[in-house]
Design a protein around this ligand. Structure first.
Ligand SMILES: [Ca+2]
Ligand SMILES: [Ca+2]
Length: 198
């Protein structure tokens, strides 16, 4: 188990390094939003939002979520944000890995309105929280491949970031964006629950 945790840590560290390094070394892929996907459903229940299959689990199978502080006059993706009630500033997705040494890929398949560089993705497992991974500005998807996880319970968290300078938004402004279709891909993975926090 200890060896697996080290492997996992190294994988996320590579992703972190790639986020500020050369594109040629990128360990995740980011696509610019060419077509904005309108929100499909904002009234789904938690049970509707988790789909477990042989290749992993998906959160947000029928809907997408609006994260932020509810103020988004200058945001990209404003029409979509207008159509969705605010869920909170942070989403936690809990899943179980049922076997040691399980290869895992995380795909955030639907993002819209990422305007700040302080929105982050973190993964906590077996009591250890890894360093946050910034979600790149204008990202429409984020892919984190090549994690190896030990058996245990993990929480994937996406947190809306706050502005810390006065360049485009007021200091303290929290980015509003849409996130959905978060997939934890791999065998031996079982989605458990999600919750939104203010
Ligand atoms: Ca905002
Ligand atoms: Ca935004």
């Amino acid at each position: 188990m200890k060896r697996s945790i080290k492997t996992y840590s190294a994988g996320l560290a590579l992703v972190m390094a790639a986020s500020v390094g050369s594109c040629k070394q990128a360990r995740y892929s980011v696509n610019k939003p060419a077509i904005s996907t309108p929100p499909t459903d904002n009234s789904t229940k938690p049970d509707d939002q988790i789909k477990n299959g042989p290749d992993g689990t998906t959160f947000g199978t029928t809907g997408v979520f609006h994260l932020g502080d509810g103020l988004f006059g200058g945001s990209t993706c404003k029409p979509q944000l207008d159509a969705l009630p605010l869920s909170g500033s942070r989403f936690n997705f809990t899943f179980n890995v049922t076997e040691d040494n399980t290869p895992v890929t995380i795909l955030v398949a639907d993002l819209c309105g990422i305007d700040l560089d302080s929105n982050i993705l973190t993964l906590t497992g077996n009591g250890v929280t890894q360093p946050p991974m910034p979600i790149p500005v204008s990202a429409a998807t984020v892919l984190i491949p090549s994690l190896t996880l030990s058996k245990g319970t993990y929480v994937l968290t996406i947190t809306a970031g706050m502005n810390t300078d006065n360049s485009h938004f007021a200091i303290g402004h929290v980015d509003d964006f849409i996130v959905g279709h978060v997939q934890v891909q791999g065998t031996n993975i079982q989605g458990v629950s999600y919750d939104a926090q203010p």
